[in-house]
Write a protein that binds this ligand. Structure first.
Ligand code: AMP
Ligand code: ZN
Ligand code: FE
Ligand code: FE
Length: 290
């Protein structure tokens, strides 16, 4: 009998950051969506791991991970926001823990500044309410977006991003993110493997060029997200060629955020061979097999 190929989604958010389902809810939704392997990759935190493991039923594998907020700087170019997925890091790694603690505080302060700017412009939201939406997790712009929806300013979190929360908008405040090369090294040093998240997601703002991806590959990057909801088909084709040229593992993922985004769980998948190649180099922790 032919063995069914596993469905693998390697980029998913929970309430530990800016998703709307609790980690246990993400796991239930993963089963519902027919996934066999799902990675939990909350922004700048590992806080959802234990709940996800605890909720993992037989037949499902949870790959513990994170999405690290970084910035790429090159001479003569403006610094560009870069997200790195880190899989199977050691949760007890001191350098990583220190950086994640710093980023949590940075996110809180920056979130409060964004709210202050919006309030000063007359938008009826409050930092207290935004914190409630964040519910103890990594504070992010989608939480501000939910407060704006609740206040009736916009109809959806997505609409809030068109102008009010956009990176080139008047209310945007930068986070002091870790340098992307240092970010790759930190993930690798913590025993994990690093994948460049949505490298061609132009819709969200500026993206880096292929030279930057090559530089990060030299620094120890293992893969790049090729199939992602924010990538147009032509970009996916180009990234697939680039991945092969740089010996990077191509991945596919949904970047599911619950109802904060339209992305459907399992919307894009990673090939089983790519998954095996990706995790072969990890030694910080192991996939949790339910
Ligand atoms: P932050 O980490 O606070 O800078 O916020 C970035 C987060 O906002 C990312 O996780 C994105 O997934 C999310 N985001 C970006 N654009 C949109 C959008 N158009 N709709 C909903 N969420 C978005
Ligand atoms: Zn997010
Ligand atoms: Fe991202
Ligand atoms: Fe993400």
């Amino acid at each position: 009998m032919p063995v069914k190929s596993p469905n693998i989604d390697l980029h998913v958010h929970s309430t530990a950051s800016d998703g709307t389902l609790k980690p246990a809810g993400v796991i239930a939704a993963a089963v519902e969506a027919g996934l066999d392997i799902v990675a939990l990759t909350d922004h700048d935190t590992l806080a959802g791991w234990d709940e996800a493991f605890g909720a993992c039923p037989p037949g499902l594998t949870v790959v513990p991970g994170l999405e690290l907020s970084c910035v790429y700087s090159a001479a003569g170019k403006r610094p560009t926001s870069v997200h790195l997925l880190g899989y199977l890091v050691d949760p007890g790694h001191p350098g990583l823990s220190t950086e994640l603690t710093r980023l949590q505080e940075e996110r809180r302060q920056r979130g409060e500044k964004i709210v202050e700017r919006l309030v000063a412009a007359g938008y009826p939201i409050s930092w207290e309410r935004v914190r409630e939406f964040a519910d103890g997790g990594s504070v992010g712009r989608p939480h501000v977006g939910r407060a704006l929806v609740e206040a009736g300013v916009v109809e959806s979190v997505g609409e809030a991003f068109v102008e009010l929360l956009a990176a080139n908008g008047p209310f945007y405040v930068r986070k002091a993110d870790i340098d992307a090369i240092a970010g790759v090294r930190l993930i690798v040093d913590a025993g994990g493997v690093a994948v460049f998240a949505h490298p061609a997601a132009r819709r969200r703002g500026r993206v880096v060029d292929e030279i930057a991806i090559a530089v990060l590959a030299d620094a120890g990057l293992t893969g790049i997200e090729v199939d992602h909801p924010d990538h147009l088909p032509a970009e996916r084709a180009r990234l697939r060629v680039l991945a092969a040229a740089l010996s990077l593992v191509p991945t596919g993922s949904s970047d599911f955020h619950g109802s904060n985004k339209v992305n459907r769980l399992g919307e894009h998948l990673t090939e089983p061979a790519a998954y095996q190649e990706l995790i072969a180099g990890a030694r910080g922790s192991r996939p949790y097999v339910g």
